[in-house]
Design a protein around this ligand. Structure first.
Ligand SMILES: [Ca+2]
Length: 286
């Protein structure tokens, strides 16, 4: 697995996004993928049945500064609160005032309501730690802010029913979900020049969309599919080299990557313009 790390290190941040996308279940397209534990944890039929119809629309608002709030939705099947949106640049900037992703080539990605990208797993985890210190009085008793596990992510992506993609089973994705659609067909995306785009899909956003503009699911969570990849708590590989990311991003068009089981790996200290995160509030581990 040391070679895996060396490979990723040599490839650099942007190449990581290109080659380290590791769909689960061995149905990778594009092949030549590094070895690793590529099986997503199974979610049983019983868990799905338990989940069906039990989510509520209860919302918890956490104030992180005088002018900045995070909205969480109570997800009853998980008994946790899940961020209604991906964490934004404005929110993350309250923790790290130097945060400024600027542009991806000529495309702006640093607007306050765009998802916080160019944030490593370590940065995202530290942000959760900062929330735990800064906003602890607003937490429900015995709870903490943290990143979701992959299993939690899958459950709040499926919303209590079996489906291939975060929006359902049909292809292409609805235009409400931000992936690489025809809006990017003639755009030079730097390294993504000549890459595929999704035909018959036009979400209107060449890079990241404001978090409230990328597809809501049945439980009212936005951007679970698309916009930015989301860091999960879990290690991707048994040697604890990389962390799992879920949900795909604005530059993705491959159905296997966009599926709920699609997953990828990122070195925890690295960041790029495609990976963001979502915070959950869950019972503190004993
Ligand atoms: Ca798009």
């Amino acid at each position: 697995m040391t070679n895996f790390r060396n490979l990723i290190e040599k490839c650099g941040v942007f190449i990581v996004a290109l080659i380290c996308l590791l769909p689960a279940g061995g149905n990778a397209r594009g092949g030549n993928l590094p070895a690793g534990n590529s099986s997503a944890p199974a979610v049983s039929s019983n868990q799905l049945a338990d989940a069906a119809g039990q989510a509520t629309d209860s919302i918890l608002i956490v104030q992180i500064d005088k002018d900045e709030f995070i909205a969480f939705i109570w997800i009853a099947p998980l008994s946790i609160w899940v961020g209604k949106y991906e964490a934004t640049n404005a929110q993350y900037k309250k923790f790290n005032r130097a945060h400024d992703p600027k542009k991806y080539y000529e495309h702006v990605i640093n607007l306050p309501d765009q998802p916080a990208v160019l944030v490593s797993w370590e940065d995202a985890n530290n942000y959760c730690g900062w929330l735990n210190r800064n906003c602890r009085r607003q937490l429900p008793p015995g709870c903490e802010f943290r990143l979701p596990t992959e299993k939690e992510w899958i459950i709040f992506a499926l919303c209590g029913r079996e489906k291939e993609y975060p929006w359902g089973d049909q292809w292409p994705p609805p235009d409400a979900f931000n992936y690489k659609g025809t809006e990017g067909a003639n755009i030079i995306y730097g390294l993504f020049h000549n890459e595929k785009f999704i035909r018959n899909h036009r979400d209107g956003f060449i890079v990241t969309a404001p978090v409230g503009k990328s597809g809501a699911n049945e439980w009212g969570l936005y951007g679970v599919g698309g916009n930015a990849w989301e860091w999960c708590q879990d290690w991707f590989d048994e040697t604890k080299t990389t962390r799992i990311i879920k949900g795909a991003a604005w530059n993705n068009s491959d159905p296997a990557i966009l599926s709920v089981s699609g997953r990828a790996a990122g070195l925890p200290e690295k960041s790029n313009a495609m990976i963001g995160f979502r915070v959950v509030i869950a019972p503190r581990k004993k």
